[in-house]
Ligand binder design. Structure first.
Ligand SMILES: Cc1cc2nc3c(=O)[nH]c(=O)nc-3n(C[C@H](O)[C@H](O)[C@H](O)COP(=O)(O)OP(=O)(O)OC[C@H]3O[C@@H](n4cnc5c(N)ncnc54)[C@H](O)[C@@H]3O)c2cc1C
Length: 353
């Protein structure tokens, strides 16, 4: 696993590139990674929340039942191999904003596809804490938190030790495609997989900015995630992450006063306690127009792994397995994730979405 000739060059090491690298190494492939952190990096701003339900409608997120065990298996074994505690099974408590949402939750508890994830149970910390929940709450089963920066830091050390990471910006002129593969700088590979997140613009990619805060709420006892308009995620030592905003214009402008105010307003609607802001972060989600991943071979020796949108932690392990199997075993790609589904259709000028 070093410079020279490798099976795969991974370009970009957010959660997409990191999970792909781990998946390739586990499958016995050699890898070299190129990555240089830039403002707007999605994975460093991410809450890291895995939530199998879409909380506005209380329906499962795309393929949650299939994706969740794959994510759980990878992060559990990666955590024990690296020795860094980063994967936490944490229930998510949804505080109902209106009485209407109580009925919606009751329906979710009986509908076959959402029933495994929606439950009603007493949550003592919410009942006894400073939470504003006049309409009650439901608890999501199967939710979790990945401490993404901790996992990325652990892998960073491993890759550096192995000489398998170049922390440099790759320009298009650094990439040369040959008959047997691709060269990136001095590294030759059978495949180059672009995991560049929002720092590239394949067709169909829509960047969506998000902001989060880390706050201190002295004395708040909470071992669950709580959601109402925003999520609150306990990080230990009275610290909580609060997120997130969604914004479709000026996506690379960084943290804003408007974003901070919006988050704090929602937080204070939910928790009646003094809050101190410790940090404020912005990132850009690489979302596809139809909210599905963008995967597959894009040209000789080149492939794409992008479009993880707002659910990168849940999607990345399944996507990485699927892409590796496609590249090395010729397994057909699922049409729902194939990148060229979003290309303009030459025959009638419409997109294939
Ligand atoms: C505020 C916010 C909150 C979020 N919360 C959650 C959450 O709770 N749960 C969840 O699952 N998802 C969440 N997301 C979404 C999640 O962050 C993304 O789905 C995921 O991080 C996308 O990862 P990525 O690897 O595709 O992109 P990125 O993390 O942006 O990584 C791309 C990497 O490629 C590098 N790169 C690009 N081009 C080059 C080049 N030419 N040379 C060298 N390096 C290059 C970049 O510098 C970067 O390091 C959130 C996103 C935001 C913004």
């Amino acid at each position: 696993m070093s410079k020279g000739v490798v099976d795969v060059v991974v370009l970009g090491r957010g959660i997409a590139g990191a999970v792909l690298t781990e998946t390739l190494l586990r499958a016995g492939h050699s890898v070299h990674v190129f990555d240089r952190k830039q403002e707007g990096n999605a994975s460093m701003a991410a809450g890291g929340v895995v939530n199998p339900l879409v909380l506005r409608r209380d329906i499962p997120s795309w393929r949650a039942k299939e994706l969740l065990p794959v994510a759980d298996a990878l992060y559990t074994s990666w955590q024990s191999r690296s020795g860094v505690r980063c994967w936490h099974h944490l229930p998510m408590v949804k505080v109902f904003p209106t009485a209407k949402e109580v009925d919606q939750w009751q329906r979710a508890m009986t509908a076959p596809e959402s029933a495994p994830f929606a439950t009603l149970q007493a949550e003592q910390e919410v009942d006894d804490g400073p939470f504003n929940a006049p309409h009650g709450y439901g608890t999501v089963r199967g939710s979790a938190w990945l401490d993404v920066p901790a996992l990325l830091a652990a892998q960073h050390e491993e890759l550096l030790d192995a000489g398998a990471l170049s922390e440099q910006l790759v320009e298009e002129q650094d990439i040369r495609v040959g008959a047997d593969g691709v060269c990136v700088g001095a590294v030759e590979a059978r495949w180059l997989v672009r995991c560049q997140g929002p720092f590239t613009s394949p067709h169909g990619l829509v960047p969506v900015k998000g902001e989060t805060l880390v706050v201190r709420i002295p004395g708040l006892v909470l071992t669950r995630m709580v959601h109402r308009g925003v999520f609150i995620l306990p990080m230990g030592e009275d610290r909580f992450r609060v997120g997130a905003t969604f914004q479709w214009n000026d996506v690379f402008e960084g943290p804003t006063e408007a974003g901070r105010t919006w988050l704090l307003e929602r937080l204070t609607q939910l928790v009646d306690a003094p809050v101190e802001v410790l940090s404020h972060t912005a990132g850009v989600r690489p979302a596809a127009r139809d909210r599905r991943p963008l995967l597959g071979i894009t040209g000789p020796g080149e492939a794409l792994f992008n479009g993880l949108g707002s659910r990168g932690v849940l999607l990345a392990p399944w996507c990485a397995e699927h892409l590796v199997s496609h590249l090395f075993h010729g397994t057909a790609l699922d049409p729902e994730v194939q990148w060229d589904r979003v290309l303009p259709d030459a025959s009638d000028g419409r997109t294939k979405e």
